[in-house]
Design a protein around this ligand. Structure first.
Ligand code: GLN
Length: 311
């Protein structure tokens, strides 16, 4: 396939078969539901800013969104705080793992919204007076990004809440610094529910496409956040979305993205498309091995690299 091919004509089943030759990686075992994931699951979807959907086999398989929710939590926090969220969370890459117990030196803020500390904080900033109200707000917001009513899996959320010791530690540390202003346990509960939202590859690609389309869902035509917020979010995905692998990702793939422990990756190529891949085996930085291979191929075949000159 040549560069700058029309994404609407892209054969995702052919790409899927090529990516199946890529082996390696291990499925996350932090909670039983993730440990039980099918390592052979591989689903891919593209949604163009014109609202055209392209899907592969298994693009309708459901999985918990996990950290791929973080860009959207950041977007909702920016929206609901009228931009104040930008004062409450940093935007610098950490070069460390997603759950590092570390805050920004001097400010006590989370380093960026794409690591756990940051997402615990952004989830606390959306509208709502208590955990249930904030959960409802997050579900409504994520559903608008996806163009479909999304729900969270209670068992996944409970396991994440109980087993997320590092998240509890981060929440308490941010309480001690005065940067988290809701209860620590409440913050972890809401974040755990956000991570437990169930999506398929088409949902996640639509969410990425909404960011790529300046904040308006291109499938249902509804505005979710402003163009300025979408630009802020995609910028931070580009610098921080793949944790300590963000630099390598940007050089190789060149498309702003967010990885997650479920093996999902959401990509957002502004003005062009959103994409999503689900394949559970992860590399040592927590990025889906086949998801990375698929992203490489999409970038190359469709000329999506932000700093390339093919498009
Ligand atoms: N639920 C996971 C956690 O907080 C999400 C992390 C991830 O996907 N990288 O530990």
């Amino acid at each position: 396939m040549s560069a700058a091919t029309d994404p609407r004509l892209y054969d995702l089943d052919d790409l899927r078969e090529r990516a199946e030759r890529e082996n390696g990686g291990v499925v996350d075992e932090s909670i039983p539901q993730l440990a039980d994931a099918d390592p052979d699951l591989l689903g891919i979807a593209l949604v163009t800013v014109g609202g055209h959907i392209v899907r592969s086999a298994q693009s309708d398989a459901r999985f918990s969104i996990q950290s791929a929710v973080k860009p959207f939590l950041f977007a909702l926090a920016l929206h609901d705080t009228g931009g104040e969220a930008l004062d409450r969370v940093g935007i610098e890459p950490t070069g460390e793992a997603f759950d590092a117990i570390k805050l920004e030196t001097g400010t006590g803020r989370p380093p960026n919204p794409m690591v756990n500390a940051g997402a615990l904080l952004t989830a606390s900033l959306v509208d709502g007076d208590d955990a249930d109200a904030r959960t409802e707000r997050i579900l409504a917001g994520l559903s608008a990004f996806a163009g479909r009513d999304l729900r969270f899996d209670e068992e996944v959320a409970d396991e994440e809440h109980v087993l997320g010791d590092r998240n509890h530690a981060l929440a308490h540390l941010m309480r001690a610094e005065g940067t988290l202003r809701v209860g620590a346990d409440e913050a972890v509960a809401v974040y755990a529910r956000a991570c437990a939202v169930m999506v398929d590859a088409v949902d996640l690609a639509t969410m990425g496409a909404t960011l790529a389309n300046g904040g308006r869902n291109p499938v249902i035509g509804e505005r979710v956040v402003s163009a300025a917020i979408a630009r802020d979010v995609v910028s931070v995905m580009a610098t921080c979305g793949v944790y300590d692998g963000s630099g390598r990702w940007m050089r190789e793939v060149g498309v702003p993205a967010k990885s997650s422990v479920s093996g999902a990756i959401v990509l957002s190529a502004p003005g062009v498309l959103g994409a999503a891949v689900i394949s559970p085996p992860l590399d040592e930085r927590g990025t889906s091995v086949r998801g990375h291979a698929v992203s490489d191929a999409l970038s190359r075949d469709l000329g999506l690299h932000a700093f390339g000159t093919l498009r």
